[in-house]
Design a protein around this ligand. Structure first.
Ligand SMILES: NC(=O)c1ccc[n+]([C@@H]2O[C@H](COP(=O)([O-])OP(=O)(O)OC[C@H]3O[C@@H](n4cnc5c(N)ncnc54)[C@H](O)[C@@H]3O)[C@@H](O)[C@H]2O)c1
Ligand SMILES: [Zn+2]
Length: 361
């Protein structure tokens, strides 16, 4: 068991890692005076874990309500938020009542958004059940819902009062969903921590076998690395944007294929390869290092190439649409070496074009 502290003044909180779900009630009790609790989850996760969480909360003296949202990204919506507000009213939640977000990033973002806004803010505990949510979305306080026009368009920065991580829940997570999280794990190594990258290179096999000791170290390290960034730049005014390594091209690929062809982690993996190649062409990154990162992404079971059905022009065009939103500049997070990245908005379009062309081969 490990605790990572996120230091944000009066908004500071603990991330508890490696704690079983059936002791969650007693733990939460230590952090709150509230009596009522609303678990927000989906039927897939509820089938595995709702009973344990519900019983544990009841055992600790909480009154427990449950709201289920259908499974899927399309339900991270204002319509579902609205349904949840209605439940909050129906159950007469009050300022000290707690919301428990039990699920992956979709549930975490939606429950967090509702917690941030209902009565101008109810305390929320994030209980992330996917690797992506454990190492990324549950930490740092970004909450949001999607609009038909774009993802995560409505939201806020709203920190949880506790993040409670049971690693054993990953045993039921489909392998493809593990891979999605793995892309973000590798990201942390490349952008911030060479030693951690090396540890991952050595332990990837164990990690994919869900060796609990390795998993605990990895999740704790990722949480600490993300917390370190968020502590310095909670609202993404600068430093926090390094967390977008691999995401510039990744988001373009996702948007271009209507979020259907690629899982987020796959798109990010290709995006990381793309960013490394751009960095190499800009003379910032050694070829050996670029090869090493690319090779490792492949070894982790993630893709590093774009299918030939996507054409280069459309990818470059989507990247430049993004550019309009950012005052005329496409921003890339580019590695200089493993453990150090810089944000650049001056990558020449012909380099982007070359790299995208190369990724289709
Ligand atoms: N807030 C942030 O900082 C942040 C960061 C990254 C991503 N996100 C958001 O996170 C979302 C993606 O999250 P995700 O990748 O966790 O996807 P997800 O929440 O859709 O979960 C993936 C699938 O796994 C299922 N599942 C979850 N836990 C399970 C378990 N333990 N066993 C079996 N099945 C399980 C879910 O029901 C779902 O079908 C996106 O909406 C993205 O925008 C937010
Ligand atoms: Zn991501």
């Amino acid at each position: 068991m490990k605790t990572v502290k996120v230091g944000l003044g009066e908004k500071s909180y603990d991330i508890l890692i490696g704690y079983p779900l059936d002791t969650i009630g007693g733990m939460i009790k230590k952090y709150t005076k509230g009596i009522k609790s609303l678990i927000v989850t989906n039927p897939t996760i509820a089938g595995y874990y709702l009973e344990a969480v519900e019983k544990s909360l009841q055992g600790a003296g909480f009154q427990v309500f449950v709201a289920q949202v259908p499974d899927g990204e399309e339900h991270k919506s204002l319509a579902e938020a609205n349904r949840l507000y209605t439940k909050c009213v129906e159950y007469r939640l009050e300022r000290e009542s707690i919301i428990v977000g039990l699920g992956g990033g979709v549930i975490g973002d939606l429950a967090g958004y509702v917690a941030a806004t209902f009565m101008r803010g109810l305390p929320i505990v994030q209980v992330p059940t996917t690797l992506l949510a454990q190492v990324d979305s549950s930490v740092g306080g970004k909450v949001a819902v999607n609009l038909p026009e774009s993802k995560n368009l409505v939201g806020s920065f709203y920190q949880p009062f506790l993040v409670y991580i049971d690693l054993a829940v990953l045993k039921t997570l489909p392998v493809e969903e593990m891979d999605v999280g793995m892309a973000e794990v590798i990201k942390y190594g490349v952008i911030l921590d060479k030693k951690f990258f090396e540890y991952l290179e050595n332990k990837m096999g164990k990690l994919r076998e869900l060796d609990m000791q390795v998993l605990e170290r990895v999740v704790a390290r990722c949480c600490r690395l993300k917390a370190g960034v968020v502590e310095k730049d909670e609202r993404e005014r600068g430093l926090r944007s390094i967390l977008n390594f691999g995401h510039t091209l990744g988001h373009a690929l996702e948007a271009l294929t209507d979020y259907k062809k690629y899982k987020h982690g796959e798109a990010v993996a290709i995006g990381m390869v793309g960013a490394c190649r751009i960095a190499e062409k800009m003379g910032m990154l050694k070829k050996e290092t670029r090869d090493r990162i690319e090779h490792f992404i492949e070894k982790a079971g993630l893709p590093g190439r774009i299918g030939t059905e996507l054409n280069v022009d459309s990818i470059v065009q989507v990247l430049s649409l993004d550019k309009k939103v950012r005052a005329g500049k496409v921003r890339f997070v580019l590695p200089e070496k493993i453990g150090k990245v810089v944000v650049r908005n001056d990558v020449p379009e012909d380099i982007v074009r070359d790299v995208v062309t190369g990724l289709r081969e």
